[in-house]
Design a protein around this ligand. Structure first.
Ligand SMILES: C[S@@+](CC[C@H](N)C(=O)[O-])C[C@H]1O[C@@H](n2cnc3c(N)ncnc32)[C@H](O)[C@@H]1O
Length: 334
């Protein structure tokens, strides 16, 4: 018979790490909101941290202890400094701000637990929180520069350097389009978004960034959107589209892009890595994402399944590309 594991041994092995990770996220959130992480980027000591954040010295000492013990900060000659990974996470070139990631994690927790259900039934605030965290931060000049270099080097997207028209079906708060438009000054874009509050926020951000004249945000259903002026490039935020809307969304993408136009859609998960290590970080994260997306009524789409979906919709040269920010399916309209 299999040997029974002693309770406390099992607790330390399987429950404590989960509870510790959850507690740590709260402490990171608190340190972030208090401005401690910003101070620690360049290095600081407890006295200066207390003065900068307004927190009592004892509290700063306790928080620094937790940050150091958990690898977020490290002691340096005259105080503490963020470790290299955490400097990258909080740096100017961050894809998404740490505050947005933590806020999104709270919304995801509610959905995974079943307290909230579909994306469409989240409160407007939670939807906005989620939308911010899944799209690049268009206020980061470093990120705009990185996207400029990636697009220029992409065999699919490099035509954008000459200009043209870009369509995004399901644009949310338009982080992606606004980053791409800044990187590609001759490009113009239209985004279609079902949620009026997100669409309005996208317009406001475009004005903020001084590119309102190159972007149109349509509040409406991407599955029925049609225009007489065809697009050269298209993007479909496929993992936000539940089963009943998918075929019509792809038909809309097909109808709105010109012959030879290039389309793209993101895919989830590196399935090669998951197969190599079924209990590794990639597989664990993917399986949890699946629980959330199942709640939204979005079906599983491995790269192969998404490729088949694009081919069924009539696209050609359907190719799976794994390349960091630009992971996804690329294809052409014949
Ligand atoms: C949050 S955005 C994804 C992020 C965005 N692509 C980016 O990278 O910045 C996805 C959006 O698709 C929208 N959406 C889902 N179904 C839609 C439909 N039928 N028509 C228009 N928008 C839709 C959702 O409301 C959601 O805001």
């Amino acid at each position: 018979m299999e040997q029974e594991v002693e309770f406390f041994t099992a607790m330390r092995a399987v429950v404590t790490p989960l509870v510790t990770a959850s507690a740590l996220l709260q402490v990171i959130d608190r340190a972030e909101r208090a401005g401690m992480l910003r101070e620690l980027r360049e290095g600081s000591d407890t006295t200066r941290l207390a003065a900068a954040t307004g927190l009592p010295l004892d509290t700063v000492v306790a928080l620094c202890g937790a940050l150091v013990a958990n690898g977020i900060a490290e002691p340096v000659a005259d105080g503490f400094r963020l470790t290299p990974d955490w400097r990258a996470i909080t740096g100017g070139g961050a894809f998404v701000s740490l505050a947005d990631m933590i806020a999104q994690s709270r919304v995801i927790d509610a959905m995974l637990s079943g307290r909230e259900s579909a994306y469409a039934s989240l409160s407007p605030e939670d939807r906005s929180t989620f939308a911010h965290a899944v799209s690049p931060n268009p206020y980061s000049p470093e990120l705009v520069e990185r996207i400029r270099a990636e697009i220029a080097a992409s065999p699919w997207w490099s035509g954008m350097t000459e200009g043209g028209r870009h369509l995004e079906l399901g644009c949310g708060v338009a982080g992606r389009m606004l980053t791409v438009l800044q990187a590609m000054p001759r490009l113009r874009a239209v985004g279609v978004e079902l949620d009026p509050a997100l669409a309005e926020e996208a317009r406001r951000r475009a004005s903020d960034l001084g590119i309102r004249d190159r972007i149109e945000i349509v509040t409406g259903d991407a599955t029925t959107y049609r225009t007489d002026e065809p697009f050269d490039f298209g993007f479909w935020s496929q993992w936000f589209f539940p089963t009943p809307s998918r075929q019509a969304a792809l038909a809309s993408l097909f109808a709105n892009v010109r012959s030879g136009g290039v389309v793209r859609s993101p895919v989830f998960g590196d399935h090669g890595r998951m197969a190599d290590d079924p209990h590794g970080d990639e597989a664990r994260q993917y399986s949890l994402n699946r629980v959330m997306l199942d709640g939204w009524g979005v079906p599983e789409r491995t790269p192969e399944q998404l490729k088949a979906e694009f081919e069924d919709a009539g696209f050609i040269d359907v190719t799976i590309v794994y390349h960091d920010i630009n992971d996804g399916i690329y294809a052409r309209r014949p």
